[in-house]
Design a protein. Structure first.
Length: 252
């Protein structure tokens, strides 16, 4: 009895804070009911534009986007694993993608129950990279995430986000990379501009996907389902100190 009272006291602030607006238990009702265990991250659908190659700078820019796009895909599984889901590894995912006869559009819209009956996959995460942009000291991307059930084809999670990473500048207005940016560039042998994009999409994945309710392998927190989820459409800014904030449309 005492334990239940203490639990109620512990979650009461969260219940009060989330009394206004939709709760996770409502928004993710389908996901709570199905309780998927195994998730397959489908190949990235990269819709972002590249520069027409007229000079070497265009090739460098395009290569930077290619590397960052791959980073977006490769770092999507870690947040899901941390939430307690089984996620197909890169090799298994590549083999599945190579043998898949359906297009990405068909996977998004047609019956995919065979992925469950034949392979035990409960849900497929689709990631659409819509666009890139940048200024002197900021890097931005628009990305859409959809988690689709293989059991009945329903969309259990859908988010469209515009993300921007900001850098401090020196007295001349030149961007000053953070130490973590420099370390990333040195570790992976890439330029600082590519490092900015890669670190931005990695942070983006962590922030967006952590909103998905915990999987079966994670320790469930009763208060989680009463917390307020992210909006379906929102803007995200990674501040100059590396922290993250959600913005209103007019603030981006």
């Amino acid at each position: 009895m005492k334990r239940n009272i203490f639990l109620l006291i512990a979650i009461m602030p969260l219940l009060l804070c989330s009394c206004k607006g939709e709760k996770k238990m409502v928004k993710f009702n389908e996901l709570y009911q199905q309780e998927p265990s195994v998730i397959y991250v489908a190949p990235l659908n990269d819709l972002s534009a590249r520069h027409a190659v007229r000079e070497s700078a265009d090739s460098v820019y395009n290569a930077s986007l290619n590397i960052a796009s791959r980073q977006l895909y490769l770092t999507a599984s870690d947040p899901l694993t941390n939430l307690g889901y089984y996620v197909l590894g890169p090799l298994a995912s590549a083999q599945l993608a190579a043998t898949e006869h359906r297009t990405g559009k068909q996977l998004r819209n047609d019956n995919i129950n065979d992925l469950y009956t034949n392979l035990g996959i409960d849900a497929v995460l689709f990631i659409d990279l819509l666009s890139w942009s940048n200024t002197n000291n900021s890097w931005s991307a628009s990305v859409e995430y959809v988690l689709r059930s293989t059991h009945n084809g329903s969309e259990m999670f859908h988010v469209h986000v515009n993300a921007t990473k900001m850098l401090p500048t020196d007295y001349k207005g030149n961007p000053k990379p953070l130490k973590a940016d420099i370390d990333f560039a040195e570790q992976y042998g890439c330029d600082l501009e590519t490092a900015q994009r890669c670190r931005m999409v990695e942070t983006l994945n962590k922030y967006v996907l952590k909103d998905i309710p915990s999987g079966k392998r994670a320790r469930h927190q009763q208060a989680e389902q009463y917390s307020k989820p992210h909006p379906e459409y929102f803007n995200l800014r990674i501040r100059r100190d590396g922290s993250v904030e959600m913005l209103k449309d007019s603030e981006l």
